[in-house]
Design a binder for this molecule. Structure first.
Ligand code: ASP
Length: 593
């Protein structure tokens, strides 16, 4: 129907006849001449319709915003003085010969022809209209280029694109499952995959050697932060590899992707043990663009006459850490109060600080509510953090995880607020994760997932599970975890040991993962892999503010789709077919509706 996209028109087409199809972005009547800005996914072209072509003129006259038109006309230079250098097609216009209305449009729920602040609810309800906006088109276009680049790279490295089932059994990744009741097997349920983890491992047992998939994953998580119940992973797995191989393959993939799509050459990817990341940054996904570090001062605080510090400094599970901000002494009382409130979100009970006004003056030259307790150690403290005049030092003193979370988050917040970034992109690998984490009752769960290989022997693992490290690795970029993976257990005995440590008994292991344990007996090769969160990757690369901005049809924070009104109610007939009776809410729609 068309010869060109609107946005493709330029001066090289002058005097040529073109046919465009698109939406009326804006219509203006200028003293007998009608100007139509016609929009399609590639951009906007200015169409001029004059009364010399009466049919075209009459049609253009009744066109309204968002009408769908087909226009045939001749490209010409815009008259001197009317060019618009800010617009890609701003040097030309199309003089219409024929204007055809392909469809009319009701007045849209929000204007598209000028910037207009629209609430997210409205945008999500009318997502198909929201997606007409150039910035949304741009993000989805970039997303498409990203998956294309990733596919091209992985194919070039011999990875095969293989689909795995959506209706399956639970694959534990630490979230709740979405369940689908079976009609044909009364009382039985499918689970939607939290990831293709087990299937990709089985593909390795089959001998496919290198697998990848751009896969939908489903996790019924508490919807804090910026998560989606269904999201997309770039998932891959390879056989006869160690962690170094997987890290190199995927690092090259991300490098190539940034180079292809953003023309950015990423710097080196340092590798940092988990323990070091927690100690220096209070986080297992440190943002290395920010040059601030947590510095341990427990040894200095053990003897101070200030319980808030000496308590955690002397406790096995406590930590006292300092965070020095160069030049931060200019922060106002009000700003410090706000940071105190901020660390409270992470469980910190307060935020102690020292301003270093004039170091040479000793205690006199410091300004702080706590400095009176620091006599005797203050010089060592200032030396330890390398304090100079004009700096501020913040302190976190509490249980280790509270200090890490609170001061780690404060570090990021200060980096953002004071714009301390030293580089645009800071990637790294975090390695040597613990195998397990303990909850408040001491129950262990897998930090990655239960199929991750430990880096110690089975006996060592059983003797001291809390100390065991895993062969897992995470790729982190600018403080965001882009992806994570591990070398897997390919030995049935080891897999059983890990289940045992996790408190998954023989029977439960057979019931849930019998097929995996079986498969491990039939010649499972050493293997490992990784999965990237595609949505988050696109978000970083487009600079989008939320993950919803880079998904065509996202769900809300409460896991609903405002456009289709999903999840929806079902009829009694459907429930009956599924052998389900609702306990509380007998509000299913009547039969045969
Ligand atoms: N299945 C893992 C995840 O979803 C990734 C991996 O281990 O490959 O996090």
């Amino acid at each position: 129907m068309r010869s060109h996209y609107c946005g493709q028109l330029n001066e090289s087409l002058i005097d040529q006849e073109v046919t465009l199809c698109g939406w009326v972005h804006r219509r203006r009547d200028h003293g007998g001449v009608i100007f139509l800005d016609l929009r399609d996914r590639d951009g906007i072209a200015q169409v001029v319709v004059d009364p010399d072509t009466p049919d075209a003129f009459a049609t253009a006259d009744r066109a309204r915003n968002e009408f769908v038109l087909r226009i045939r006309g001749r490209v010409r230079s815009r008259p001197e003085g009317t060019q618009n250098p800010n617009m890609p097609t701003g040097m030309i216009e199309v003089l219409a010969k024929q204007v055809e209305v392909l469809n009319t449009a009701a007045t849209p729920p929000f204007q598209l022809d000028e910037y207009n602040k629209v609430g997210e609810e409205v945008r999500l309800k009318y997502r198909y209209i929201d997606l007409r906006r150039p910035d949304m088109i741009e993000k989805l276009r970039l997303r498409s280029r990203i998956s294309h680049s990733v596919r091209a790279y992985l194919e070039s490295q011999g990875f095969l694109d293989i689909e795995t089932p959506i209706l399956t059994r639970a694959t534990p990744e630490g979230a709740r499952d979405y369940l689908v009741p079976s009609r044909t097997h009364e009382g039985h349920f499918f689970a939607l995959p939290q990831s293709p983890q087990l299937f990709k491992q089985l593909l390795m047992v089959s001998g496919f050697d290198r697998y990848y998939q751009i896969a939908k994953c489903f996790r019924d998580e508490d919807l804090r932060a910026d998560r989606q119940p269904e999201f997309t992973q770039i998932d891959l797995e390879a056989s006869f590899v160690d962690e170094n191989d997987i890290m190199l393959i995927t690092e090259r993939m991300i490098r190539q992707l940034f180079s292809d799509v953003l023309k950015v050459e990423l710097p080196d990817f340092p590798r940092m043990p988990y323990a070091e990341a927690m100690r220096r940054y209070g986080s297992d996904k440190p943002d290395l663009r920010i040059p601030l570090e947590l510095i341990d001062v427990d040894d200095l605080m053990k003897g101070v006459d200030f319980k808030v510090f000496s308590g955690p400094a002397n406790a096995d599970d406590g930590r006292v850490a300092a965070l020095k901000v160069t030049g931060g002494a200019t922060l106002s009382r009000k700003e410090i109060d706000e940071y105190t409130k901020f660390v409270g979100i992470y469980g910190a009970k307060g935020l102690a600080w020292i301003k270093v006004n004039e170091r040479a003056k000793g205690l006199e030259g410091l300004q702080s509510p706590i400095v009176k307790f620091m006599e005797g150690i203050v010089e060592s403290l200032l030396d330890r953090v390398g304090a100079q005049d004009g700096d501020i030092i913040f302190f976190g003193a509490d249980k280790i995880n509270v200090v890490n979370e609170a001061i780690g988050a404060l570090r990021v917040k200060l980096g953002e607020n004071l714009n301390l970034y030293t580089q645009e992109w800071a990637p790294l690998w975090v390695v040597d994760f613990p195998m397990f984490e303990a909850d408040d009752n001491g129950r262990l769960s897998a930090l990655h997932h239960p199929f991750t290989a430990p880096s110690c022997s089975g006996d060592e693992l059983k003797a001291n599970p809390a100390k065991a490290l895993s062969r897992a690795y995470d790729m982190v970029l600018n403080g965001t975890e882009l992806g994570g993976g591990s070398i897997r257990i390919h030995d049935q005995v080891m897999q059983r040991k890990v289940f045992e440590v996790l408190g998954i008994g023989e029977e439960e292991a057979e019931e849930k993962f019998g097929f995996l344990l079986d498969a491990l007996q039939y010649g499972a090769p050493p293997h490992g892999g990784l999965a990237f969160g595609l949505d988050r990757l696109v978000m970083l690369m487009t600079g989008a503010r939320t993950i919803r901005e880079v998904i065509a049809f996202p769900k809300t924070q409460s896991a609903a789709c405002l456009m289709t009104d999903a999840p929806g109610e079902v009829t009694q007939d459907q429930l009956k077919d599924l052998h389900i009776r609702l306990r509380h809410k007998q509000k299913a729609a009547p039969d045969n509706e």
